[in-house]
Write a protein that binds this ligand. Structure first.
Ligand code: NDP
Length: 401
């Protein structure tokens, strides 16, 4: 089977997706890589030898341009690794041309720092009627964390009570301040109020106001903060038994210091300001000054650890369980020329697409990862570079519930 896929976006994640698809040449036969800046597509394509990678320029905010690429190239599906702003236009193009869709981050309007699934879930009936499939959030978190939770429920729990997703980047890229994925999206995510789920309600907290020290297995003990993350929304919808769901992420003191100063002086704002007669969005300007995430790979050392801690019951007994992956920045760079954040996102994007193309995951409509059988995905994760481990019992309790 040698499927054609259209990959949109040519940043850090895309670099990994394209190279991983090329490694999986039994499933992926030919790629059209299209993005706003064609030279970035050409640079990635030049490094892939075993399957044809064509390149094109596209403004993915423009439905007609995306639809024209699909009409011409006739891919089986579109892998969207551009930015969340483009999700709806690309989904519209997929609907118009009748091809499947996959992304790694949920839609976010450009002028409001708000991300939620409502906009994309609203496409369910239209995708269903068209007989095509959309798989949302096929990165690591969201993505693998959704599959980890589904796997825990399938194999280890009759009832899940609490879910804590913990995300540690213990790497060092040697820069004073840089973000590991698109700076604009990253800073919008971190500077908005935190939110977690408890007893059927969302509890809102000031940004970075709840902190705990977490011992990340194989990596380090690190201060971690509660913030809202999109998979919480889909996981409590699809596993309504969960009473409490939180997401924790590590931030170093230097990172928080820089972010606080930038926020205090207004550099993270998303409303345009007039500067010498020109309208400038401070965060967009800041993005232009910061290192490209795709440039961070060289010399990046250290590891990431991302996993799900779950408490609940099995066979009438209380149970605690932790399932996680550890990835290494330097190893990711050696293999694909990218850092571990891009790697841990790009591998599941390729694998989610492979699940769809081989019909191991199939449905008509719009789906989140946890709605499918986790086993075939978990079976292949290690093979494609993301080995995972489990801890049972009291050692699995990394953060108190
Ligand atoms: P980058 O900023 O490195 O890359 C984004 C790419 O999209 C760039 O090549 C950019 O073009 C392109 N792009 C932006 N706007 C358009 C447009 N209108 N039309 C066509 N192309 C466009 O981001 P990352 O690779 O770090 O992240 C990619 C996605 O992955 C993001 O949505 C991010 O949120 C998501 N992500 C998901 C994670 C997960 O675990 N689920 C983790 C990390 C990231 P140009 O080069 O011209 O700027």
């Amino acid at each position: 089977m040698s499927n054609k896929v259209l990959v949109i976006g040519a940043g850090g994640v895309s670099n990994v997706v394209v190279k991983k698809c090329a490694q999986n040449s039994e499933v992926f036969g030919e790629i059209l890589l299209a993005s706003r800046t064609k030279s970035k597509c050409d640079a990635i394509a030049a490094q892939v030898k075993n399957i044809p990678v064509h390149t094109a320029q596209v403004d993915a905010d423009n439905l007609a341009e995306v639809a024209a690429l699909i009409k011409d190239f006739k891919p089986k599906m579109v892998i969207n690794v551009a930015l969340p702003y483009q999700d709806l236009a690309i989904m519209d193009a997929c609907l118009q041309e009748g091809v499947d869709y996959l992304d790694t981050a949920n839609y976010e309007p450009k002028d409001v720092a708000k991300f939620e699934y409502s906009w994309q879930w609203a496409y369910h009936e239209r995708f269903k009627d068209a007989g095509i499939m959309a798989l949302l959030g096929s990165g690591f978190d969201p993505g693998v964390t959704n599959v980890f939770t589904a796997y825990a429920k399938k194999h280890h729990f009759d009832r899940m009570d609490t879910l804590d997703i913990v995300d540690c980047n213990n790497g060092d890229h040697g820069k004073a301040f840089a973000t590991n994925f698109n700076p604009e999206i990253n800073i919008r995510e971190i500077t908005q109020n935190g939110r977690y789920y408890k007893d059927g309600q969302w509890i809102e907290i000031p940004a970075l106001s709840v902190k705990a020290d977490i011992d990340y297995p194989e990596v380090a003990r690190r201060g971690s903060y509660v913030l809202f993350h999109e998979e919480l929304e889909s996981l409590v919808k699809h596993f309504p038994e969960i009473k409490q769901a939180r997401f924790w992420m590590t931030f170093g003191e230097e990172y928080i210091k820089h972010l606080t100063v930038l926020q205090n002086v207004g550099m993270t704002g998303i409303k345009p300001v007039k500067f010498q007669g020109t309208e400038v969005v401070p965060l967009e300007f800041l993005k232009a000054l910061l290192p490209e995430p795709s440039s961070l790979g060289e010399g990046y050392s250290g590891k990431t650890c991302i996993g799900c801690q779950i408490t609940g019951q099995k066979d009438g007994q209380d149970k605690t369980y932790f399932v996680y992956n550890v990835s290494d920045h330097a190893e990711a760079f050696k293999e694909v020329g990218g850092q571990a954040i891009a790697y841990t996102t790009g591998v599941p994007a390729m694998l989610g697409a492979a699940m769809m193309l081989t019909n191991k995951w199939r449905g008509a409509g719009v789906f989140n990862m946890e709605q499918f059988d986790p086993d075939p995905f978990m079976d292949e994760l290690a093979k494609w570079g993301l080995p995972w481990s489990e801890i049972h019992g009291s050692d699995a309790l990394l953060v108190s519930v």
